[in-house]
Design a protein. Structure first.
Length: 317
């Protein structure tokens, strides 16, 4: 069991009420947290708890289905939509797979959209769970909109136009991941999620009732993130780290196995991985480059090229 320190004394939750009351203060508090930790915690976000709970209830119901029913929704091209079984995803550089299974919901595109060649339609377990699409689909839309608000603050913090990111993510390959970490019966080489960094722009996380999320500080210590009930945890992904020349860091994090007294309990969470549009060129922002911080990435790369490269590394492509 990890001996991680608690982050409670370090990451002060930021109230989303400041977004309307004092946007400059919201921007400063959020941006400073991201710059120091790569993570921030947002309370008072206003997402109706009963709707969040309804989506998580549908999540639990899906993962409780018999294995043969779940496997009906495992697609030939695994990873971007539908069901990914237990024992597949393996963190970059790790030998042992993660102790998790998950469901992916992506963005619905209009007919004829050019991104449809690599962003497939969603699949839904309508036969087994007729309310799944509506309730989980609501959560996708709510976190997508909240992500735009967080990006407004990040853009302002970086000295950009407040709506700089709006046209860069409006058709982004963003994914809502419904995660199930089953009970852990005994010690072993596998953990719930090996140490990794997220690929995308920002990640918004709700629903982690069971402990386990830890971030690695600059000195190598692991620090537990135990947000207040109902709070939203947001972290910087590798795409934004690259765009900002590491001014905003993508911090290594993991989900460790539970203490012995909690081994019989499953863990559920619903991270939303917000992505740039597939054709967006990730080119270092000029105002994040100076004599002390030379450009680490002089050669730009499109968001989809970067994503596909990373998905292959974690066995999801």
């Amino acid at each position: 069991m990890s001996q991680a320190l608690s982050v409670q004394d370090h990451i002060e939750p930021v109230s989303y009420a400041l977004f309307e009351q004092d946007f400059d203060a919201f921007t400063r508090k959020l941006g400073d947290s991201f710059q120091r930790w790569g993570f921030a915690v947002i309370k008072d976000h206003g997402l109706p708890q009963e709707k969040v709970d309804a989506a998580i209830s549908q999540t639990k119901a899906f993962f409780a289905l018999p294995e043969d029913q779940k496997l009906k929704y495992k697609l030939p091209v695994m990873g971007q939509r539908g069901y990914t079984p237990f024992g597949v995803e393996t963190a970059k550089g790790h030998t042992h797979y993660d102790l998790k299974e998950f469901w992916h919901v992506g963005r619905d595109l209009p007919p004829g959209h050019p991104f449809r060649d690599h962003m497939p339609d969603n699949v839904w377990p309508d036969a087994e769970l007729p309310e799944f699409q509506a309730k989980v689909g609501w959560l996708y839309g709510a976190l997508d909109q909240m992500g735009l608000k967080v990006l407004e603050a990040i853009a302002t913090y970086l000295g950009l136009d407040r709506h700089f990111f709006d046209p860069t993510v409006d058709f982004g390959n963003s994914i809502l991941r419904l995660l199930h970490y089953p009970p852990v019966p005994k010690d072993g080489p596998h953990i719930r999620a090996g140490a990794h960094e997220d690929i995308n722009v920002i990640t918004l996380l709700l629903g982690a009732e069971e402990a386990g999320l830890e971030v690695q500080d600059h000195d190598g210590r692991w620090i537990a993130i135990n947000p207040p009930p109902g709070a939203l945890v947001v972290n910087i992904g590798d795409m934004l780290q690259r765009l900002t020349n590491h001014r905003l860091p993508s911090t290594t994090h993991r989900v460790v196995n539970p203490a012995p007294e909690r081994r019989g309990f499953a863990r559920y969470s619903t991270p939303f991985f917000l992505h740039f549009n597939s054709d967006y060129s990730i080119r270092t922002l000029p105002n994040c480059v100076d004599a002390e911080h030379p450009d680490r990435y002089p050669t730009p790369i499109t968001a989809d090229e970067y994503l596909q490269e990373r998905l292959r590394e974690i066995k999801l492509a």
